[in-house]
Design a protein. Structure first.
Length: 82
């Protein structure tokens, strides 16, 4: 016979505190750090894309290198968030 307590909600146990109240100070700090890292990454990606567009518009020899860096950044982004 199944345990009647199986339908009861299990406690939210996470290393940095319960998820219901937003976690502890370490969770908030880690979230802030990750947000900052993501913002810097997106800024770098935007600059790389802009430089790629400029390089293609000018027809310079660095266009392939610039395009390669954007593709590599996109691959890393997809691997980390895919």
């Amino acid at each position: 016979m199944p345990d009647p307590r199986d339908h009861e909600p299990r406690p939210n146990v996470y290393p940095f505190g319960p998820a219901r109240d937003g976690g502890g100070i370490a969770t908030r700090a880690a979230t802030a750090i990750l947000a900052a890292v993501a913002a810097v990454f997106l800024l770098f990606l935007a600059v790389s894309l802009a430089l790629t567009i400029i390089a293609f518009a000018k027809g310079s020899a660095g266009a392939g290198i610039a395009l390669g860096s954007v593709v590599a950044l996109g691959a890393v982004w997809g691997w980390r968030h895919g």
